[in-house]
Design a protein around this ligand. Sequence first.
Ligand SMILES: *[C@@H]1O[C@H](CO)[C@@H](O)[C@H](O)[C@H]1NC(C)=O
Ligand SMILES: *[C@@H]1O[C@H](CO)[C@@H](O)[C@H](O)[C@H]1NC(C)=O
Ligand SMILES: *[C@@H]1O[C@H](CO)[C@@H](O)[C@H](O)[C@H]1NC(C)=O
Ligand SMILES: *[C@@H]1O[C@H](CO)[C@@H](O)[C@H](O)[C@H]1NC(C)=O
Length: 359
Amino acid sequence: MNWRSFIVTLINCIVWSIQVIQLNGTGIKNLGRTRDSFRAVQVPQQFYDAIEQSDFSKHSLQNKLEHFLEKLQKNLTISAVLSDSEDIVTSERNYVYKMRELSTFFYEASFSFEQFSSDIQTFYETSKNASYALLFKLRQVPTGQPTLVKALLTNYFAEIEFFHVLFSEIIDDAMEYSTKSLKWIQELFVYYADTQNNILENWKLKTNLECCKLYVNFLQDQSSQIFKCATVDNLNIIYDVYSVTKLNIKYILRQLEFRIQRLFNCLLYNSPNIQCKLLKRAEKDLKTLFRNLSELDMFIDIKTKKGKAAALRFRRGNTWNSNQIKLEPNQNYCLPIGFPNTQMSTDLKECFYFLDNIV
Ligand SMILES: *[C@@H]1O[C@H](CO)[C@@H](O)[C@H](O)[C@H]1NC(C)=O
Ligand SMILES: *[C@@H]1O[C@H](CO)[C@@H](O)[C@H](O)[C@H]1NC(C)=O
Ligand SMILES: *[C@@H]1O[C@H](CO)[C@@H](O)[C@H](O)[C@H]1NC(C)=O
Ligand SMILES: *[C@@H]1O[C@H](CO)[C@@H](O)[C@H](O)[C@H]1NC(C)=O
């Protein structure tokens, strides 16, 4: 070996080893990046935050409505409304205060309905986004897979995409039902509170004992009827739909997360073990999830149809969908036609200066 060939060999060796180091380096780097994105295959934190928030506003709403009938009984007694004071001014002030307190309750409750509705909506939207985010992860599977694996991946991807579309549609159904129903109750409560304030401001009740008694009884009656009619059945359905949908969404998203992670694992380590077989049977792999989805769909369908049927049975007139409160009494089956006048006895009507002038 002469010097020349030795030097050439030496240079070749150096170049070769540099290439090896680079190759190893890039290999490791790629693996590292894949591992990072693999670690990121998870339901976004936003999803869990949204659940927490909607659970919280559900509890606030429940707290607000709790023991309403008992409180109504307790708050609206003649002795509570008309203080014992001999002083007419004090008595009057107390009366106005008590009347305001009742309408305030209905305003506050309507706000709780609105809050719950808005948080439910955010939660459902976030769930759809989370499902989409998982789907999107699957698109980022490391490139350079063999052709067969590529084909299987495409198939798997199509299945999950289809799943995502169904999932979103079902969530939209649950969302539409819940937000509409909650808005309906919210508007009723605001209307009822507005009506009370209107009577208080403009009708001018004669504040003798007899008239106060009649009016307090009227408020007791109407408040409890409207409250029961609007909340008892409707709210139970709304809570049911929320809980069951939430349970299913959580389960489904975790399962998707798990499956996609498993897929990444398999491709990453390219191990010929059982895990990779799931690629070959995408339909089977997702079968239970599709079944969960169809059960949820049926549940929502049955629940909301029942709710809708009850509402439609009594509803007259057109629907309302603007944000503004334009509730006409005959648009809500919990509100008797011609409310409040039609529900007042002749004796009670005679207690208002305002109606005196009309009748
Ligand atoms: C990468 O480096 C390791 C030692 O760190 C070595 O054993 C392996 O052969 C190298 N890989 C390639 C493809 O050269
Ligand atoms: C009853 O009175 C309490 C305290 O005065 C008040 O906070 C509550 O909102 C009232 N409830 C109803 C239903 O009027
Ligand atoms: C869901 O994703 C869309 C589009 O990326 C975004 O505009 C929207 O704000 C997201 N919604 C929630 C509740 O995160
Ligand atoms: C989804 O289906 C599986 C298998 O049928 C069942 O074990 C699981 O409890 C279901 N999940 C929910 C949230 O119903």
